[in-house]
Design a protein around this ligand. Structure first.
Ligand code: SAH
Ligand code: SF4
Length: 342
């Protein structure tokens, strides 16, 4: 018998689903409560369901769709990387990051990524698979079941979320609805490299999200050399479309800027980034490159990072610097996918 994924079953069909599987009418409601409220995903721990029905459920229903799950804690305790194996020996990764007073989960929307940004390890391996909605939601469910108290979710793991809206949008419903995991909408951020058709789809369907835009460089010519997506999705048009999006919703926009030595780290680049941030009323998050032998760039020095940051602040741009957590397990965003690249 083919297994059905729990997250695929519409809530309003729970009763009929139970009836057709000869289970008490409220069984799926109970499973739902365990998964979304009590961080439990194994049927044998769902103590208000009879042992007989637990066994029956485990024969027909999947909550955790992953073949294997490996966890790699960082030695400084700041992050844990989870490597999930999908059915066909394809891996995805998610990282739980301990912040001051809250815990953020960085999740994947695709196995690999087709966008091929030249500074990103995930891009090196290309696209393996678009994740299904349950494969996205289960990253959270499994990690919650390991004892994490996740309050924030960022789509900054593997993949370009706007290239997989078909799964990402229903996954967001599970994450943020009161009938789902009930995370605050304002604590969920979707990061994009600037895929125009995706942003336009968000506008068309009136979907309000906190967006992060990965700029790479605010100069179109430089951007094209490090982010091939620039060719068909010119940053000028992306900026106009993002401005239109932001005018529709009162949601946060962040510009993510990965600093690459001698590529996008000079003061003129900072000025161009400041102009973009002013135009979009966005804040800027600077990330120094996480270097890797397979990436042909180097990070900038602390002095360059500080000067770049100060140049933005001088233009009244709210600027933060993201310090990578858990370097020792290569857990930092943009470093995901190493386990794919043997
Ligand atoms: N595809 C989406 C989300 C995943 S990438 C996007 O590009 O926005 C998440 C973030 O990591 C992006 O802002 C990206 O620019 C950044 N990043 C990628 N490779 C990196 C690296 N090697 N070092 C530092 N940041 C990196
Ligand atoms: Fe894909 Fe984002 Fe990496 Fe670019 S930075 S290759 S869009 S995951």
């Amino acid at each position: 018998m083919t297994m059905i994924n729990f997250f695929d079953i519409p809530l309003d069909t729970y009763k009929s689903w139970c009836a057709s599987h000869k289970l008490p009418a409220f069984t799926l409601r109970q499973v739902h409560e365990w998964v979304t409220k009590k961080n439990t995903i194994s049927f044998d721990k769902m103590t208000n369901i009879s042992v007989k029905n637990q066994a029956k459920l485990s024969e027909i229903l999947t909550i955790n769709p992953f073949k294997t799950c490996q966890s790699l804690p960082a030695s400084d305790g700041s992050a844990t990387k989870y490597i999930f194996e999908l059915a066909n020996h394809v891996f995805i990764e998610a990282v739980a990051i301990q912040e001051k007073g809250y815990e953020t989960l960085c999740i994947s929307s695709q196995a690999g990524c087709p966008v091929d940004c030249k500074f990103c390890l995930t891009g090196v391996g290309g696209l393996k698979k678009n994740l299904s909605m349950p494969e996205i939601v289960a990253q959270l469910a499994v990690i919650l079941s390991k004892g994490h108290s996740i309050t924030h979710v960022v789509f900054m793991g593997m993949g370009e979320p706007l290239l997989n809206l078909k799964s990402v949008l229903p996954a967001l419903d599970w994450l943020q609805s009161d009938w789902g995991f009930n995370l605050s909408k304002r604590h969920i951020t979707v990061s994009t490299s600037g895929y125009l058709a995706g942003i336009k789809e968000l506008i068309k369907n009136n979907i309000a999200l906190n967006l992060a835009f990965s700029v790479g460089s605010a100069n179109p010519k430089t951007r094209a050399t490090i982010m091939p997506i620039e060719e068909r999705n010119p940053i000028v048009e992306v900026a106009q479309t993002l401005a239109q999006y932001c005018n529709m919703h009162n949601r946060k926009l962040t510009l993510e800027y990965t600093l690459l030595k001698h590529v996008n780290d000079d003061l003129e680049s900072a000025q161009q980034l400041a102009n973009l941030a002013q135009y979009l009323k966005a804040k800027v998050n600077l990330i120094n490159l996480n270097p890797h032998p397979k990436i042909p760039f180097q990070p900038v020095s602390n002095a360059t990072l500080a000067a770049f940051k100060q140049a933005l602040i001088n233009q009244n741009i709210r600027t933060t610097v993201r310090y990578s957590k858990g370097q020792d397990v290569i857990a930092a965003c943009g470093q995901l996918g190493e386990s794919n690249l043997s």
